[in-house]
Design a protein around this ligand. Structure first.
Ligand code: GLN
Length: 411
């Protein structure tokens, strides 16, 4: 194998998703929905399949209907008129948007600042493109193992961030709402990060795939691209899959000034050339509807209820957790749960963080699958994650209620 992939271990998703299926556990692991996209979005996809033209290659920048819908939907969010011809690129999921951006900007040895914990895909996306991830921690409050905290209490030390910058640093990657913490960075935090980027002339890559899911009391989702002059140095990544319960469609996008997105685009044209056409039409239909109906608000109300269903059981079990301000994950402190000392774990887990064991045991014996968050830390920091498990609540209420029932057995 090429050295760029030789050291890759099996990813966490490929361990826990099959394990949940085999053991018939309720899968609150990988963040996908067990419900479909809104019916009219599904109908739009079916309709698109019936049209000759929308089964063929799309424009490599994305189908114009979707780019227009994105411009209409996001211009007010960014506080500027987005140009669908030059400032919006449709990508094969947000993941490919991120990959293409690294491919478009990193040279051998270029450094990317990543906040830890990080969404796992960033790291191979950086290294496969010759880059080097450099880590700066998001820290939980010191007493977070004793009490439930807000995701907002996880903090970035801005001087620490600044101290990580070298002459090789090219990009700072932000993830807001953050996976797995659920933190939504506020304007003050984003201003501070943006200023550091400005001081050192860095590009900001902001992964905002959960941008349509943030909870009260937050009234507005702060975007770094709309603050100060940061637009000029920012590429914002979004996701049709997250916003319309269609994670398998692989329709994402990136938005930013032409002088930046043209390089992500240059790379993406040589990787996927273009993105699957019918699903782009359907996501466009969804965004068009969101301009006239409060569908994202209604969706948020649903998710808020789901957050309530799941978090109630952790309250009941007196397990401290992080209340997410956005996205659909709850990071739970599992230190109070114990599994039998002589429990036999598969060898596969020997080389993993301690939290893999807890998540394995919970899946197999309690029947609820979660994700061990050490996957979101570098190996030296795995101990930081040893007492945590990440539970996803992007599931129908009946499934969440069944998970709650099973978890109650831990009492
Ligand atoms: N974003 C999803 C999650 O965190 C996983 C995506 C993937 O499987 N790579 O659950």
């Amino acid at each position: 194998p090429a050295s760029r992939v030789a050291s890759f271990d099996t990813d966490v998703w490929s361990i826990f998703t099959p394990l949940a299926a085999e053991t018939k556990a309720i899968n609150l692991g990988q963040g996908f929905m067990n419900f479909g996209p809104p019916a009219f979005v599904q109908e739009a996809a079916k309709h698109a399949i019936d049209q000759v033209e929308s089964n063929q290659y799309s424009h490599p920048r994305g189908r114009i209907r979707l780019r227009n819908a994105l411009a209409a939907s996001y211009s007010p969010e960014f506080g500027r008129e987005l140009n669908p011809e030059t400032e919006i690129i449709v990508t094969a999921g947000a993941n490919e948007a991120i990959f293409a951006t690294f491919a478009g900007f990193l040279d051998e040895g270029s450094e990317v600042i990543c906040m830890e914990p990080f969404f796992d895909q960033y790291i191979p996306n950086i290294t496969m493109n010759g880059g080097k991830p450099v880590y700066v921690p998001l820290r939980a409050p010191a007493d977070s193992s004793e009490r439930t905290v807000s995701s907002h209490e996880w903090r970035l030390d801005i001087d620490e961030l600044r101290s990580k910058i070298t002459s090789k640093t090219k990009i700072i990657i932000i993830n807001t709402p953050h996976n797995p913490i659920g933190k939504v960075f506020d304007e003050e935090e984003l201003m501070a990060i943006g200023k550091v980027a400005e001081e050192h002339d860095l590009i900001i890559l902001t992964d905002e795939v959960y941008d349509r899911l943030y909870y009260p009391p937050l009234k507005k989702f702060p975007r770094i691209a709309s603050l100060a002059n940061f637009w000029e140095r920012t590429i914002t990544v979004g996701s049709g899959g997250k916003s319309f319960a269609a994670t398998g469609w692989r329709v994402g996008w990136l938005i930013g000034p032409e002088h930046l997105v043209k390089y992500s685009f240059a790379a993406q044209t040589r990787v996927v050339f273009c993105v699957n056409s019918p699903c782009q039409e359907a996501i466009a239909a969804g965004l068009e509807a969101s301009l006239v109906k409060p569908i994202f608000q209604e969706q948020t109300d649903e998710y808020l209820k789901k957050r309530g269903i799941l978090s109630a059981v952790f309250d009941k079990l007196k397990l401290p957790y992080t209340v997410p301000e956005g996205a659909y994950f709850i990071l739970v402190n599992t230190a109070k749960i114990s599994y039998p000392k002589d429990y036999k774990f598969p060898e596969l887990l020997d080389s993993r963080g301690e939290d893999f064991k807890m998540c394995y045991w919970l899946t197999k014996e309690i029947g609820v699958c979660s994700i061990p968050p050490s996957e979101f830390y570098v190996k030296e920091h795995w101990p930081l994650a040893k007492d945590f498990a990440r539970f996803a609540f992007c599931k129908t209420d009946d499934v969440l209620n069944e998970a709650v029932k099973r978890l109650e057995k831990l009492e």
